[in-house]
Design a protein around this ligand. Structure first.
Ligand code: CAO
Length: 436
């Protein structure tokens, strides 16, 4: 009996993937769920698990190929089981027992995560957050619109054909706006021949780099940016954080600057809902998100990835700390699945571990604001007639000035700074910080 392993569905609107590594060879014995190739999509790097087991008889792909969803990757002989690859409900399988030929616990975890994300029952966010008929999805795919970015005008936010078309028009308008990279009046001149001045080297852009470039360029031309700066005196907070990290409780979850900032940001987002919103300029409406999902910028060897922490307002600080560390680890180990990188209402970018001070991050559209965090530095602060050493944390907020005014941003940033300086003040908030 033979069985074919094909590229399964990888997520909404993902039709193709680049093969970054082939993990098996012709003649290898492979087991069910053993990773056979590693692929890069526009949103993530994933290992594709075998949906059949046996000896690899034919291998159709090589590193560097671009393959389509449903395309055959390999054929196995003596296949004991052949499982339909895509969104079919599969019986819950035990992870391979012991080490497979290339199996490690880490790979098994990735395979399980991948499989969980491919099953409809495990993907409630897609079904709930992108309500659209298959024909509407097909239209979006056809004209190159990311369906998740479209705001639905139908009942319960259902996306209609007109919504997709309106979104496409909006993108076109942004792309042809004065200053847009593709504008004919400000077109980008051709590059000079750099080799005239010395030796050069050319490398193709990776998918992650391409997507980052396109998203940043879109955000830059779509969003009128302003960045404001403030700083938080975290002298006491750092002493407490370091003290906590010496306790036994910290063995499970180290309290990090990023985790605490994200938790404070969640408080600020419930108090200042226009920072957790999106602007639907065509409809003349603001979309306020009632959930508090925060993206965290993670520096990886493939470039910037932004996994999303869900419902941060409802989670205890230590859980947030655990999740940040877990998501950052999986981003760096190429284990994130696309769904884990969508749905944020706001993003936090902490470059402090790398030693920078103030910077102006670009808003992660369709979000309307982003917080940049720099490296805390000890500075002499004049108080009570003398200079005292204080640890100051640089904060920057970039925002969409169409929706947010400077005074709003000043209040938002000060609120975060004060929450870090005097967390006890949060307890005095009678309405629990909820407004709007
Ligand atoms: N000020 C002072 N020290 C800081 C700090 C800050 N703002 N942020 C982190 N540190 C310290 C940490 O405490 C840690 O020191 P210890 O080991 O002594 O505890 C060290 O710097 C390294 O921390 P880290 O960067 O790993 O900290 P983290 O876990 O809080 O951050 C993450 C996790 C994922 C945010 C971070 O690793 C990262 O990738 N940052 C880069 C984000 C990025 O690329 N942004 C640019 C996007 S473009 O806008």
């Amino acid at each position: 009996m033979t069985g074919e392993v094909v590229l399964p569905e990888l997520g909404e609107n993902i039709e193709t993937a680049d093969v970054s590594a082939v993990l098996v060879s012709v003649g290898d014995l492979i087991r069910l769920d053993q990773p056979v190739i590693e692929v890069e999509t526009e949103k993530a790097s994933l290992e594709v698990p075998a949906s059949a087991e046996g000896r690899v008889a034919e291998l159709f792909v090589s590193a560097g190929d671009t393959i389509k969803v449903g395309q055959a990757i390999l054929v196995v002989e003596g296949a004991a089981r052949a499982v339909p690859p895509a969104r079919e409900e599969k019986p819950e399988l035990e992870p391979p027992d012991g080490a497979t030929e290339r199996g490690t616990q880490e790979q098994d975890a990735a395979v399980l995560a991948f499989r969980a994300a491919s099953r409809p029952s495990a993907r409630p966010e897609i079904a709930e957050s992108v309500p659209a008929a298959p024909s509407v999805r097909a239209l979006a795919r056809e004209i190159g619109v990311e369906i998740r970015d479209v705001t639905g005008s139908g009942r319960a936010g259902r996306i209609t054909r007109d919504d997709v078309k309106a979104h496409a028009k909006q993108l076109l308008r942004a792309a042809s706006a004065p200053g847009a990279a593709s504008s004919s009046s400000f077109s980008v001149p051709p590059l000079p021949d750099f080799s005239k001045w010395g030796e050069v080297r050319r490398e193709p852009l990776t998918r992650v780099r391409r997507v980052t470039a396109s998203r940043m360029a879109n955000a830059w031309v779509t969003v009128p940016h302003v960045t404001q700066f403030d700083r938080a005196d975290i002298t006491r907070f750092e002493a407490m954080r370091k003290d906590f990290n010496r306790r036994p409780e910290a063995a499970d979850a180290k309290l990090t600057v990023t985790a605490v900032v994200i938790k404070m940001v969640a408080g600020a987002l419930t108090r200042f809902p226009q920072f957790n919103a999106s602007l639907d300029a065509d409809a003349g409406e603001v979309v306020y998100k009632k959930y508090v999902h925060v993206g965290v910028a993670v520096d990886t060897d493939r470039g910037l990835l932004v996994p999303v922490l869900r419902d941060v307002d409802r989670k205890p600080l230590l859980q947030v700390a655990r999740e940040v560390s877990e998501l950052a680890g999986r981003a760096r180990n190429r284990k994130l699945v696309p769904d884990e990188m969508s749905g944020a209402g706001f993003t936090v970018s902490n470059l402090g571990g790398l030693g920078t001070t103030y910077f102006s991050p670009i808003v992660n559209w369709p979000e309307v604001a982003i917080l940049g965090v720099g490296r805390a530095e000890t500075r002499a602060v004049h108080e009570a007639g003398e200079f005292q050493p204080h640890l100051l944390l640089p904060l920057s907020v970039s925002y969409d000035h169409r929706l947010i005014d400077g005074a709003d941003a000043a209040r938002f940033l000060r609120w975060i700074a004060e929450a870090l300086e005097q967390p006890l003040l949060l307890l005095l908030d009678e309405d629990g910080g909820r407004r709007g």
